[in-house]
Design a protein around this ligand. Structure first.
Ligand code: ASP
Length: 371
């Protein structure tokens, strides 16, 4: 082969975009997952990538606080969600369907702070937030502060597909759900003892803090400490997917923060903060200190860094999380880009997370030291 031929060969095959962006090495205070391995066809050309990444919340997940039984339950549920989403993608279904199904499975599990198992507000109610975005059309749907919706991600998708709006809140969102034929559930459905006990504990701590002390901490530092409690907001769920058509989608669902007051809404239903998808770049779902994720516009920030600065997904995720950290927040993001590269980055102690690619092999991780 002449030098010219070799050059043409290298140029041609060097330009195949699949996995062109390799994830960066570990660095800073966040960690990431590997890229989804794309299968190679008989002629040596990589075939269309597709894949799904999920999270079940980021925060302080210490091995010594996790019983082997509970760990097994978490891993099994994450695996179930990944497999259900993969089935859809593998058979040529849409990334939106894969995202919705994976999130629904986690919403139905009492393990996560979304749907069944959502945390309690200061009033002892459950108020749920969720959003979904279609990277192909840039259509988006979100609901916030709903109290009787078993699967908020399903209602978010209805807002996107069956209404001219992007976000609906509280009673209005529930009227829309009824109009769409959705059956509402009683608040009792969301009750779990574990989350109820979290609320009681936090309330007690709040009472303690209110007692006069000589060396009383500043209001801001006590607020920060309360927010940092893992049980305060732990277990939001999210999913991002790339389907065989090259379409991206992202979704996030949460109960928010334990003891939240005054109709507080976090980043999960805020398009651009907790959820974002654009076929030009990537799909992202976030989890963590919602207020700081809103202020850092994390999900869109990651997409924008890819679009305008040609950063890799993994690098953009780390940069965006470092901005959250600089404001005093912690959490994580999952993402998949248009090439099938993934990220599972977090600056907390752990994040329930997993991914599956075209080879159908599921990978589930919980602790930081698993990367
Ligand atoms: N981001 C969610 C919120 O602030 C909570 C979480 O992801 O843990 O509502």
């Amino acid at each position: 082969m002449s030098v010219r031929l070799v050059l043409i060969f290298v140029l041609l095959f060097g330009m195949i975009p699949v996995n062109a962006q390799k994830p960066e090495g570990k660095g800073g205070s966040s960690q990431s997952g590997p890229a989804i391995k794309q299968p190679v066809g008989p002629n040596g050309v990589t075939i269309q990538p597709y894949g799904l990444v999920i999270h079940g919340g980021a925060g302080t997940i210490a091995r010594d606080k996790m019983t082997p039984e509970l760990e097994k339950e978490y891993r099994a549920k994450l695996e179930e969600a990944l497999k259900a989403g993969y089935k859809i993608l593998e058979s040529g279904g849409t990334s939106l369907n894969a995202v919705e199904v994976a999130i629904r499975i986690m919403e139905d599990s009492p393990l996560f702070n979304a749907g069944k198992g959502a945390v309690f507000t200061a009033e002892g109610t459950n108020e749920l937030d969720a959003s979904i975005m279609d990277g192909k059309t840039k259509m988006a749907g979100a609901v916030a502060g709903v109290k009787h919706i078993k699967n908020p991600i399903v209602l978010a998708r209805m807002v996107m597909e069956k209404s001219p709006h992007v976000m609906m809140t509280g009673d209005g969102a529930e009227s829309f759900a009824k109009q769409q034929g959705m059956t509402l559930v009683d608040q009792k459905y969301f009750f779990t003892e574990r989350r109820w006990n979290d609320l009681q504990r936090i309330k007690k701590e709040e009472e303690e803090k209110q007692k006069p002390k000589t060396d009383k901490p500043s209001k801001q530092s006590s607020e920060l400490r309360a927010r940092d409690l893992p049980e305060n907001r732990f277990g939001t769920v999210g999913a991002v997917a790339l389907d065989k058509n090259g379409d991206l989608a992202a979704g996030t669902s949460t109960g928010g923060k334990t003891n939240k007051k005054f109709g507080r809404v976090g980043d999960a239903p805020v398009i651009g903060a907790g959820t974002f998808a654009d076929n030009k770049t990537c799909a992202v779902s976030a989890t963590g200190d919602g207020e700081l994720f809103i202020r850092s516009v994390v999900a869109y920030d990651i997409s924008a860094m890819i679009e305008y600065q040609a950063r890799t997904l993994d690098n953009a995720a780390k940069v965006s999380l470092s901005k959250v950290k600089a404001l005093g927040g912690e959490g994580g993001v999952i993402g998949i880009d248009k090439f099938g590269n993934i990220t599972m980055s977090f600056n907390s102690d752990g994040m329930y997370r997993g991914f599956v690619g075209p080879d159908g092999k599921t990978t589930v991780k919980i602790f930081r030291d698993e990367d």
